[in-house]
Unconditional design. Sequence first.
Length: 223
Amino acid sequence: MRRFEFPVDHSHAKSVNETLGDVRRLRWSSVITGLLFAALAVWLFTLAHPWSYVVGVVVAVIALTTLWMAYWAPRKVGSIEELYAKGELVPAVVAVPRPRGATLLALVNTAKPSADRPHYALVTRNIRTLPGHSLTHVGERVPSISVLSDRSNKSTSDTWQMVSPMPIAWGTRDPKVIRRATEQISGAEWKLLAKSIPLAEDVPRAENQQIPIAAADLPDNLR
C-alpha cells in the first residue's frame, strides 16, 4: 500500500475538509432525530394506554439507536490524522465541473486486507471546494487518500462497499506537499485516469458506485 505522510493543518482541514463536514452533519442530524423520537416516546407514555406503551418502547429504542449513531459516527471515522495516515495515496482528477463544485474521478484499490489480490475500480466524489486546484479544468490532477468502509459489519465481500477519495488539499495549504504527492503517483496511473474521464457519469449507476478495472488494463506497477 502506498502511504503518504505530511503534517495535517488542523484549522485548514476543519474549514474545508468535506469528509469531516459530512460526519458533523450526520452527527447533528442523528442528535436532532433522536431527540424528536425521544419526545414522541415520552408523549406516548403519558397517554397511558396499553398500545401507547408498546409503541412508546419501540420509539424509545429508535431514539436510543439514533443517539448512539451520533456518538459512534465520529469514532468510526477517526481523527483527520488517522484518515490521512491509514489511507492509500491515490490519483484523482477533476472529471466534471459543476455550477457549485465538481465531480472527482479516482482510481482506487477497493480490496480488503483479506483479499488475495488487488481490485482496482473507478469511483467518483462530488465536492464543493478544493483549495489549491482548479475546479473548472477537466483533468486537473488531485492527489488524494482513499477512505474505505462498509455499510454494515456483516459484509463478507473481498472489497469495500463504500469508497471515496479525500484530497490532500483538504489537509494542507502547502503547494509543495500537494506537488510531492502528485509526483509519487506514476505517470501511467494519471494517464489511465485521464483516459477514463468519459466514464465518470456512469459511475453513480454502477454497483456500489464503482466501475472495476480489468487487470490487463492496469499499469504494470498496479498488477
